[in-house]
Design a protein around this ligand. Structure first.
Ligand SMILES: [Zn+2]
Length: 80
């Protein structure tokens, strides 16, 4: 029981594939592009970005490095 209380609320939402900001369904989030074959960046309607890990079948918050990677890919025209 104590474990459930101390467990970060954000993780609970992410396990349910819900945005931690607006609790929107991340399965409906806009796909931005692939970081790699098994990692897809998506953007929620509230502009928060997440990475879907195909191998884990789970979403996590995009890191700063991942945000930079996708921005650089967009700048290079690799992603429309
Ligand atoms: Zn959201």
């Amino acid at each position: 029981m104590l474990k459930n209380i101390t467990r970060p609320f954000q993780n609970v939402l992410l396990e349910r594939k819900l945005c931690v900001g607006c609790t929107g369904h991340l399965t409906k989030a806009k796909k931005i592009g692939n970081l790699s074959e098994n990692r897809i960046m998506v953007e929620c309607k509230c502009k928060r970005r997440y990475v879907y890990e195909k191998e884990l079948a789970a979403f996590k918050r995009a890191t700063f490095a991942e945000e930079q990677q996708i921005l650089s890919m967009i700048a290079k025209g690799q992603i429309k």
